[in-house]
Structure formats: C-alpha cells, structure tokens
Write a protein that binds this ligand. Sequence first.
Ligand SMILES: C[S@@+](CC[C@H](N)C(=O)[O-])C[C@H]1O[C@@H](n2cnc3c(N)ncnc32)[C@H](O)[C@@H]1O
Length: 281
Amino acid sequence: MPKRQQRTATWSRFANVDQEAEPAAFVRHMNTLAGLDLVKAYKQETFGLLEAKAGAKLLDVGCGPGTDARELAALVGPDGRVVGVDKSETMIAEARQLIQNQNLPLQYQIGDAYGLEFADNAFDGCRADRVLHHLDRPQTALAEIIRVVRPGGWIVLVDPDFDGFLIDSPDKAATRKVMQKRSDLYPNGRCGRQLFGLLKKAGLTDVTVAPTPIVFEDFDFVDQHVLGLRDAAEALRHSGELSSQQVEDWLGQLAQASREGLFFCMTLLFIARGRKPIKAE
Ligand SMILES: C[S@@+](CC[C@H](N)C(=O)[O-])C[C@H]1O[C@@H](n2cnc3c(N)ncnc32)[C@H](O)[C@@H]1O
C-alpha cells in the first residue's frame, strides 16, 4: 500500500498501537497534540471537572504517554495517588521513562479499559480523554470505569465527533465525502454526540456535556496531525467516488486558502461529566 494511504487511517488506529508498524509514531503524535495551547486548555478544564485536589485517588484510563497523569499527580500531591492505565506497552514504557527517578504519587500500568484490574470503588474519580471513540464497545468500558469509582465520584470523558468537522471549501459534496470517509475509519467516530446518552443510560447523575470549539487555520497541520485529508481524498479517487479533477481541485483550493490565511476547520470536542450515584447497587 502506498505510504500516503497508510497514513490516512493511522490516527484512527489507536485501538492496537503495539500492533502497528511504527508504535513510536503514535507517541510522537500524542506529544505533538499535547503541545497545542487549545489542547492544554481543555485538559485543564477536565482536571477541574474531576475535582483533582490534594489527597484524591484518581485514574486516567487510556493515559497514552502519561502527560495528563503527571499533571494530576502534581494536583493530588503526596497524600493522593494517580494511576495511568493504557493498553499499549509502548505508551506505558514512554510514560514510565518520563517519570524515572521522580518521587511522584503516580504509577502506570498496562491494562484494558474493558477489564480494569482494580477493586470496586477504588478511586475518587476517573477520566478517559479521547479514548472511547477508539473503542467499539464504549458502554462496556464505561461500566468498568463506573465500577472502580466510589459512589459520589466524578467520571470525565472527552471525545471528538468526526461527523462534526466543518471545513470551509467551495466543494460541498467533496467535503462531505471526505469527512464521512474519515469518520467511518474510527471504531466509534460519532462518539462525541453519544457521550450524554452514554452517561445517562449508565445511571450517572449530574450529567453535563460541554461542547468545546476547536479551530484550526493550517491545512498542513490538519492534514498531517488531525484528519489525513489528502489521504482520504486519494482513497476516494481510488474508489472512484471522486474524480481526479475533483480531488485536485479540492486539495488545491484548501492549500491555497491556507497560504492566504483563509483556511478554516472547526470541530467540537465534547467534555462530558457524570457522578456515580451515592446509592449504587
Ligand atoms: C488518542 S490516545 C489518548 C491518550 C491520552 N488520553 C491523551 O489524551 O493524551 C488513545 C489512547 O487510548 C489507548 N487505548 C486504546 N484502546 C484501549 C483500551 N481498550 N484500553 C486501554 N487503553 C486503550 C491507546 O493505546 C492510546 O494511548
């Protein structure tokens, strides 16, 4: 398969990072995004929603290279405890490496969101940041998260919704086709809009969802680090759903808009929170 087509699907394949040809690329990808101000800002918001304060015991499911767990460890201090769990050995190795020889109330474990190896009610709160859209059974993972959080504790979930990306292009039909192609690559690409119902159906109380706008103004960045637009368009050309001319025009117009400072891409990140009922069965 040509390199370009491989990249299209890459960021939709976080479900099995260690089986990928270059797992380290997934770590680099996470670090690139973690460096963006808009990402730092929404993450801070989730720490507040989680009530990450001194002495708290918190869990970060799908912690990746551990950026957020490190921040949480600073917030809970020496009397608290943070555990970061990820299915990927590569992610956990990177996370551990970054805290080597540091005396933090923080531990990383390889583990699966579908079966967390913790006792019931073990944590004061749990977050899963951009994890559930990579799972084909998000409700099973959520049930596990709820099980390990104590009654009254907060659960905070963050996910995008890939059917909700808006791109300003004169070709409406091509834009829709590309975005649909992109969204359908994910196990659960429309997760963002489902979080409200997911938390409610799971019996959580005080459920809120804050749709947070994210704006990108650089076509190349969006292509390489967020959506793989060139590759998705190429795949549609390959399947005959878009003509060569349409693909060239569509990509050319977006690149041109970017050079002129006119490229505009927006999406909503859904930040959802719910509380485990005090009288849990
Ligand atoms: C997009 S990354 C997000 C990482 C981190 N939460 C962040 O916001 O930087 C998704 C992470 O979920 C992990 N993951 C995917 N499926 C998982 C599962 N079933 N159980 C635990 N972790 C999983 C991946 O290995 C990856 O590190």
